[in-house]
Design a protein around this ligand. Structure first.
Ligand code: AMP
Length: 218
């Protein structure tokens, strides 16, 4: 049966690392709205220029912009047996739009899971300001907690690691405010529908992975 997975949790809770691993494990597309928007910014497309002005303030980009991106992406053939959505939905309106999109594209009944990464938020700003990623394979590193073998170089691709423009303390604080105001209400939204799967996201990458796999196979 088709498996639709969405992920909730505050910025830098480890969703990106785990969903990258999960996409490979399940052979599902990993659809990460933040990365899709950063690609638009790099191309300096019309959407990218609009998105940048919101991302630079730690705010959500307008719902129509990201809604169109998601709708186009979820109708692609590679989503037929399932998908991993990382960073969408991020508000109640987006969650309702996703339900509508799914009801339009699903040919048969699908299993939907909203996986919530429950984490101690005190460590997260420190994670954000030290975060780096590989522009080629998407692997996420951290100068303090998960450094690359050679400073600033990806272990797999041998290319220079990048730091996201919005990974600084000031924008990170605004992103947390946005998360608590707009996205955190989704925890209750999905709980009320019996679709919420909460995992403890504190601990090592392997510990969180074990907990995640358990929930996926439930
Ligand atoms: P992320 O890479 O998930 O941390 O997202 C980076 C930024 O992209 C966020 O702070 C938002 O400005 C924007 N963004 C990502 N996903 C969404 C979404 N579903 N709705 C609106 N804005 C988003």
């Amino acid at each position: 049966m088709k498996l639709e997975l969405i992920f909730l949790g505050p910025p830098a809770c480890g969703k990106g690392t785990q969903t990258n691993m999960l996409a490979e494990y399940l052979d599902f597309p990993h659809i990460d709205t933040g990365s899709l928007l950063r690609t638009e910014i790099a191309k300096q497309s019309k959407d990218g220029i609009i998105a940048k002005s919101f991302i630079d303030k730690g705010q959500l980009v307008p719902p129509e912009l990201v809604g169109n991106i998601i709708k186009n992406r979820l109708t692609k053939e590679d989503c037929a047996k399932g998908y991993i959505l990382d960073g969408y939905p991020r508000s109640l309106a987006q969650a309702e739009l996703l339900e509508k999109i799914n009801s339009e594209i699903d040919k048969e009944k699908a299993v939907f899971k909203a996986i919530y990464f429950d984490i101690d938020t005190q460590i997260l700003i420190d994670r954000i300001v030290n975060r780096q990623s590989c522009p080629k394979c998407g692997e996420i590193y951290n100068k303090k907690f998960k450094p690359s073998k050679v400073e600033n170089i990806c272990d797999h691709c041998n290319v220079e690691l990048k730091t996201r423009a919005d990974d600084n303390e000031e924008i990170a604080k605004a992103r947390f405010e946005t998360y608590y105001r707009e996205t955190a209400p989704l925890i209750e939204f999905y709980q009320n529908k019996n679709l919420l799967y909460k995992i403890d996201a504190n601990g090592s990458i392997n510990e969180v992975w074990e907990r995640l796999i358990k929930v996926i196979n439930e």
